[in-house]
Write a protein that binds this ligand. Sequence first.
Ligand SMILES: *Cc1c(COP(=O)(O)O)cnc(C)c1O
Length: 360
Amino acid sequence: MSKPKLFIPGPVDVAPETYAAMAGPAIGHRGKDFEELYSSIQPGIKKVVGTTRPVFFSTSSAWGIMEGCIRNLVKKKVLNLCCGAFSDKWYGVAQSCGKEAEKIQVEWGQPIDPETVREKLATGGFDTVTLVHNETSTGVLNPLKEISDIVQSFDDVILVVDTVSSLSAMPINFDGLAIDVLLAGVQKAIALPPGLAVFVTSDAALERAAGMDDRGYYFDFCEFAKNDAKDNTPSTPSIPHLYALRERVGVMLEEGLENRFERHLANNAMVHEWGAKHNFELLPPEGFRSRSLSCFITPDNLDQAGWIKSVITEHGFAINGGYGKIKGKTFRISNMGNETQETMQDLFDALDLELPKFLR
Ligand SMILES: *Cc1c(COP(=O)(O)O)cnc(C)c1O
């Protein structure tokens, strides 16, 4: 049986053209062919990130670089801004790396309040802050500009931002914001199969890393920078993923980034309208809602698990039944990647057909 089309907030559905691109020829990664592949992706991916700095490619999931940020950058103490499963986990990862860590914890579904970041940093001792821009578990979009302005006002504090489920779904201007490391996995809005992460570092981040004794090898930011100068990666990368990234970035530029952002916004508005029609309430408050996915509160009279299963078996579409401690209490619909008004409408039709059978 064919697998359902994914409307879960990652991994998302992958275009046949992307799979075809992955079947490119085997090439050695220390030769001219690889250098050409590497450098051919740079101009496009830099536009997506909003930077003139090199974009590094890591053969890992996003967590490789998220842990890498801790190991490369946290000398004194990290402040983790926690508002959901991914941002909360970063605090645990910092501790498991043996670092001193403190957190600001807000209720799941709420955004980070920038003023609390100012107050916490003012207590002193922090050299790094971690922020998840788009908290995929709750559908919260955090106020990136406000938080980055505040972190910038403190000397020698580095800001690390996870844009895993927002990069390429909405404008992000690395060079225009005071961000030191921006990272993303490719299996969310970029719509590649999982297995690659992209990231950008500031000069301050690279300087900090260079002075860290125990930053390891695989995720050593200095190694990435050194190899980038030769259009290369520290170790053998997943070359099929780089073929796929070249293909997808080409498609993004052809569509036009502004058009791509507009399409995500319009598809996201469609999800909100569909939810409003059924009186489904969004978990995050107005003004802090993701544009790439929607997290709804499960009504008491809905057999959510039965409904989701039925939409998969009867229509071949998969949505998600909640993540972490809000599993079963929320459901999430992604509009990331290659979706159109038509594919979103097909999903709503399927959800609507099955819904009455599972309302009590
Ligand atoms: C999916 C996701 C991650 C984790 O990505 P992996 O590829 O599983 O490492 C981290 N942060 C956010 C916001 C995510 O959506």
